[in-house]
Structure formats: structure tokens, C-alpha cells
Design a protein around this ligand. Sequence first.
Ligand code: 5GP
Length: 121
Amino acid sequence: MMNAYDDNNIFAKILKGEIPCDKVYEDEYVLAFKDIAPQAPVHILVIPKGKYISITDFGANASPEAIKGFFEAVDKIAGEQNLKNEGFRSIANTGLNGGQEVPHFHLHILGGKKIGPMVSK
Ligand code: 5GP
């Protein structure tokens, strides 16, 4: 597993404003933007503003306020994107077996159609 946060990962650069993103939501806790390679009509990435590598790092080391703020933002984004009635999928790929490519915790939000099987076989 990765254990030191890489300040030069692509989402760190997006947070610092060094790389642009198609922003859909921002508050003091999170930034949310469209995935550059969308896999559904709606494909948004929600990232905490703090430096957390993974969902486990975030859960273990973020403050209660940051964790609450993160999930309240997910709720707001789902509402703003009209995903609440028909539903959506959220995914947090973690580490090698999870296929995580970017080592800054992010929640994928996928919707706008039936997303299909939970995992590929
Ligand atoms: P992971 O496999 O780490 O869960 O997913 C990383 C996601 O980030 C991928 O879905 C990929 O398309 C997306 N991504 C990678 N680089 C960029 C970027 O520079 N901008 C945006 N908006 N998305 C990116």
C-alpha cells in the first residue's frame, strides 16, 4: 500500500489550481469536478481538500468535521445533479487491487443511466 502522500499527484495539482478542472461544486471541505474520461452521463469525482491518500486514510485521519463535510457535500452534489430519484453509484477505488490510479482519496459518482453490474467478472 502507498503510505506517504504525493504532493504532486494530479488531484493535488487540481486543488492548487495548477491544472484546470470542470468544477461542479466546491466548499471548505471538498472540490468536485467532472471526470476527464466519463464512464456514464454523469461522472463526477469528489475529493477532500485535505491530503488523504485513500478512503482508509481519510476515515482514520480526517477530523469528524471534514468527514461530515465530505458526505454532506456528496448529498448536495447528488441533489444538484438530480441523481437522488433515480439513484447513482459511488465508488472509491483503493490501492492496487482496487485499481486506484490517483493517490488522493476521491469518490466517483456515476449516474444518468443504469450503471450495470457492481463489478466486472
Ligand atoms: P481511480 O482509478 O484512481 O479511482 O480514478 C481516477 C480517475 O481520475 C479516472 O476515472 C480518470 O479518468 C480521472 N482523471 C485522471 N486524470 C484526470 C484529470 O487530470 N482531470 C480529471 N478531471 N479527471 C482525471
